[in-house]
Design a protein around this ligand. Structure first.
Ligand SMILES: *Cc1c(COP(=O)(O)O)cnc(C)c1O
Length: 226
């Protein structure tokens, strides 16, 4: 059952208040924690409700779905910042650079190289985050934690990319905190400023451990139908 416009506005207000509370409790400025509203699978009508409310940061996990929904929404609502949070194929680098303001899922040399070429060609510079597979799950995207330092260095030196964030999706089972702490430590030793971590189930913990972007879908739009 999908939520009404009123429900979504209330949920956004309540999530914002909760993020502010969690930040203060952790001794952090609430402005240092950004709410990324995950709009994957949601129809444009519901996304418009969030945009009307004033929300401007959104995450999508598929390039093609985002291409269908966002050009029209951007025209209507200036100031949108769109993040790619799903896996990227190197043959989609052109579309991704054209469409997204932040690509959070840089996770292998082939993608880094394709992005570097496209950034050069198009003269458009989306911000780039490296995704780390903190749980070393075989089915999951992301560079392995032990390879992260070398990969970040290579993105910077060989491909000339600016990496200013790390992203992780901890395993479904078990505690998320060791994964958040691991991501924070990799960021710290590599001079990376932003941490995209924490979803509906665990964002308070992620804020405590340094998240600067929390990615929330269910908390805002309710259960996804697909
Ligand atoms: C779907 C998704 C989210 C949002 O998850 P919720 O549990 O609905 O908040 C966050 N990050 C990524 C990468 C996702 O694919």
């Amino acid at each position: 059952m999908s939520l009404t416009a009123d429900d979504i506005a209330k949920r956004l207000a309540s999530v914002e208040a909760d993020i502010a509370r969690c930040s203060e409790r952790s001794g952090r400025e609430s402005a240092s924690v950004n709410l990324l509203c995950v709009s994957k699978t949601q129809p444009a009508e519901l996304i418009e409700v969030a945009l009307q409310y004033g929300q401007r940061l959104f995450g999508e996990n598929r390039v093609q779905e985002a291409e269908r929904k966002w050009p029209a929404l951007r025209q209507k609502f200036p100031g949108v910042e769109l993040h790619l949070i799903g896996p990227l194929q190197s043959n989609k680098a052109r579309e991704a650079v054209a469409l997204f303001d932040v690509i959070e899922t840089v996770d292998r040399p082939r993608i880094a190289e394709a992005l570097a070429q496209e950034i050069q060609r198009a003269g458009k510079h989306p911000r780039l985050f490296v995704e780390v597979n903190t749980g070393k799950e075989p089915q999951k995207a992301g560079i392995l934690p032990e390879d992260a330092d070398a990969f970040i260095a290579r993105c910077r030196s060989e491909f000339g990319l600016t990496i200013d964030g790390l992203m992780c999706i901890p395993p479904h089972e078990g505690q998320a905190s060791p994964h958040f702490a691991l991501l924070a430590s990799i960021a710290k030793r590599n001079g990376v400023a932003h941490l995209s971590m924490g979803m509906t189930a665990d964002y308070p913990l992620a804020i405590q451990l340094g998240a600067t972007y929390v990615r929330l879908g269910t908390a805002i739009f309710g259960d996804r139908l697909t």
